[in-house]
Design a binder for this molecule. Structure first.
Ligand code: F3S
Length: 295
């Protein structure tokens, strides 16, 4: 008999939930209402917000009034300054864990230290963090980059890490920096929600025949879950919504694990679970429990 197991930590994390609730709360109270970039990497949610009047902007040019929602990834200091100058009201959805990194790099920079950010330099969270230390940080996204990057000589560095980064890769990078003789204070800024989701994903993907990862294709934390699952479970599929799921790829005796990235709404996870459970029930009824039955 097939089993479906959903990871407890699948879906919205605390920070994303907080920013989304902030946006929904503001609808009807604040107008015009803008979000600086997509609030989450999920089209269903962003389409819904757009239909309720939340306009996505990627620059403040031309805005003269209204309320600006900052997403959980956060933004650099310059954007707050610009919004304030323009008289825009700010609803700050920056995740408190990301805000903590902003404060660290800002303070450390003021203390005269160099800043190293370990993370993906093209990710808005990392760009936002860099914007709190005058865009002065050395950004390292891989052990290879840590080996070869030109790091200007400074007496002491502060090292922070993108909240969604893999701990093992961070440790590798820190070892390389130590070998290079860089004097540094290391801050542990990986988010525990991410770590918890990743650890649970390792365990789940090792114990099932097939894994389904639900989340946006351009969501980096979802991509990381896919990477982890693919390592442990040959039959890993990544879907954005139920529409991407090919049900006949699953056998009736499969143990199926389901996890989801931080931007995946509960309704989408539920839809996948319910659809799979129904498909399984139908397969059992229609095929009389044949070992070859698929659903
Ligand atoms: Fe915040 Fe962690 Fe989510 S940093 S946005 S709670 S993944």
């Amino acid at each position: 008999m097939s089993q479906i197991k959903v990871a407890e930590s699948a879906g919205f994390c605390f920070g994303v939930k907080r920013a989304i609730e902030m946006a929904y709360d503001a609808i009807g109270k604040e107008s015009p209402l803008y979000s600086y970039g997509q609030l989450i990497h999920n089209k269903t949610v962003t389409d819904d917000l757009a239909s309720k009047g939340v306009q996505i902007v990627d620059s403040l040019e031309g805005l003269t009034e209204g309320t600006l929602i900052i997403r959980s990834h956060g933004v650099g200091k310059a954007l707050y300054d610009q919004a304030t100058e323009k008289g825009l009201k700010i609803l700050d959805g920056t995740c408190p864990f990301v805000k903590k990194i902003h404060n660290i790099v800002h303070e450390q920079k003021e203390m005269g230290r160099g800043i190293i950010i370990v993370g993906d330099g093209s990710h808005p969270e990392v760009q936002g963090i860099n914007g709190w230390c005058e865009n002065s940080a050395a950004i390292l996204e891989s052990p290879e980059a840590a080996q070869t990057a030109q790091i200007p000589p400074m007496e002491r560095y502060a090292v922070v890490v993108q909240t969604t980064f893999r701990q093992s890769k961070y440790d590798q990078i820190l070892d390389i920096l130590k070998e290079r003789g860089i004097s540094m204070e290391v801050f542990q800024t990986i988010c525990s929600a991410t770590e918890k989701r990743q650890n649970e994903t390792v365990e789940l993907s090792q114990s099932v025949d097939k894994m389904i990862v639900i989340g946006g294709r351009n969501s980096s934390n979802t991509q990381k879950l896919v990477e982890i699952c693919a390592k442990n479970c040959r039959n890993t599929v990544h879907i954005e919504t139920i529409c991407d799921l090919v049900l006949n790829n699953f056998k009736k005796d499969d143990k199926i694990g389901i996890t989801a990235g931080a931007s995946t709404p509960p309704a989408i996870i539920k839809e996948v679970v319910v659809t799979m459970s129904e498909a399984l029930e139908n397969a059992v009824q229609n095929l009389g429990g044949s070992e070859e039955a698929t659903f």
